[in-house]
Design a protein around this ligand. Sequence first.
Ligand code: DER
Length: 234
Amino acid sequence: LTQDELKKIAAYKAVEFVESGMVLGLGTGSTAKHAVDRIGELLRQGRLTNIIGIPTSKKTQEQAISLGIPLSDLDSYPTIDLAIDGADEVDPHLNLVKGRGGSLLREKMVEGACKKFVCIVDESKLVKYLGGSGLAMPVEVVPFCWKFTANKLQNLFRDSGCVAKLRNDCKGEPFVTDNGNYIVDLYLKKDIGDLQVASDAILRIAGVVEHGMFLDMATTVIVAGELGITIKNK
Ligand code: DER
């Protein structure tokens, strides 16, 4: 099975949790894309009705519109029944790293408003500890003096060999999020220890808007692997 086939399997499994009449948080990324496609298909077939989607990015909003999924926002629906979204990393406690697609702020707002947050991943996302993949740990920062903020972030985790880099787009310009901010990616060589302490320390830096660690937020993680599907509950 290819990685994308595994992503689709996890996504379709998560959509089995969707009931007619639900207000749904619609995730962002290549795994969540399959879930949004599936929801659109079930609506078209009449097997799902009265769904309201709350998108976590402009990209997902466009996808949902193309599928005819009725949309609204957090101002109208401050409490959401269920969100389905992917992740970049999942640790054994179901803590997540998200945001390599750049949508972490709206994802964290939407998923923080949900009664249930079902995270969907292929098995390659499982890590022993957050940051353990050696890939980016995203932090959304204001563009104003981003270097100042990036240096504070790098120093915060210097004991973990942290390197902070501004994320650029394909044209070599700074990547700009849906909210008009920049992303500083943190690359860590070692475990950053207590995640809540790390989260609080990051958020105390004035130029930081939000970070990509989703601690104690996923209620269920659906993992699709070569040997089948595993459902992990909080
Ligand atoms: O950027 C994001 O938060 C995405 O949800 C990401 O975490 C997962 O993206 P993928 O499904 O394309 O791997």
